[in-house]
Design a protein around this ligand. Sequence first.
Ligand code: NAP
Ligand code: G4F
Length: 354
Amino acid sequence: MKKTLITGVNGQDGSYLSEFLLAKGYEVYGIVRRSSTFNRWRIDHLHRHLFDRHKNFHLEYGDLTDSSSLMRIMKKVMPDEIYNLGAQSHVQVSFETPEYSADVDGLGALRLIEAMRILGLDKTAKFFQASTSEMFGKVVETPQNEDTPFYPRSPYGVAKLYAHWIVKNYREAYGLFGVNGILFNHESPRRGENFVTKKISQGLVRVKLGLQNTVKLGNLEAKRDWGYAKEYMEAVWLMMQQEQPDDYIIATGENHSVREFIEEVCRNLDISLIWQGSGREEKGIDAKTKKVIIELDDHYLRPAEVDTLKGDSSKAKKILNWQPKVTFKELVRIMVGYDLKSIQHSGDKEFLID
Ligand code: NAP
Ligand code: G4F
């Protein structure tokens, strides 16, 4: 039985990857941080205290800023595959916490691969780094592929670029099997509530159910290449099964604006949305109720924005035989469907796992 170690196991991606690997027969060890309130709803179904615990799923306390904890866990588990999904992953928050974001997102990866080297795991184990399309930032070409130059636009993007290059460096210097998956935005019902897709889907569902008046947003014109997180985790695993380590773009090749995402959510909720006003005074109105349901709030504007991202994942298609199946419209339908169900069932997420 192969052993795997996942950082960020209770995050969106960590939860899907855990399910995927457990189904493949792996023994999964995940690293979690102590917090004053429990934040494990995405993995509770794998790690329940009241009911049966999955016999191959284990959690260890650790932190990407704490080398000693990473070393202790790695020595205990001696994994075959390590997936570094842990990060302070919110771009806007990285402007408020730049040093911390650099520590976790940049140095965290270094701490893991250095621990591998010290324990001799660089000779036996494989390492995956969750790189990001944010590294392309102010894009110099469209679509972006593995050879497109980077131009990060946030402390998050810069920190992730360090992690990306240190993995490449250890690959070249020490022969580490280190893979960078350059992941474009991927979403799901399990997406964190302050990322724009989840904020819109959950917010407009609450508006529809009369639980909230409006959704306040920043830049509606930004375009993202949004895919479905669950199928991106299969691509991540496929990268780790290759003979040689390499870097791969994972994307849909299609992009849409935040405005289009709002409009598609409204279509799913049978809300006829009309836009009124211009510039930062623009508002989204529900034609039936005449109520303002979308407002602009400068609080959500970033000091530097990434205007557009669109990925070319033809290398992943050719080498990994991977391509996305879930379309933009299907993704919105999945997210809205889940939010409707979970909010109507008073947010009982544990029993509504998608
Ligand atoms: P997420 O839901 O925000 O999950 C992040 C995970 O990292 C959480 O489990 C979090 O734990 C953990 N974490 C944060 N700080 C940590 C620390 N100091 N030590 C250990 N763990 C820590 O993110 P995601 O969407 O699943 O993304 C997974 C990875 O892919 C991240 O590295 C992200 O930067 C990268 N990525 C994501 C996307 C995307 O569109 N989703 C695209 C490109 C790259 P807590 O719950 O305790 O905070
Ligand atoms: O949903 P977002 O916060 O995602 P962003 O910044 O693209 O970052 C995500 O994808 C990256 C991959 O490219 C990951 F590496 C990263 O970890 C994260 O998962 O924002 C998307 C867009 C931005 O242009 C933002 O300015 O939506 C715009 N936006 C408009 N109003 C908003 C809001 N974003 C958020 N979070 N909240 C708003 O109210």
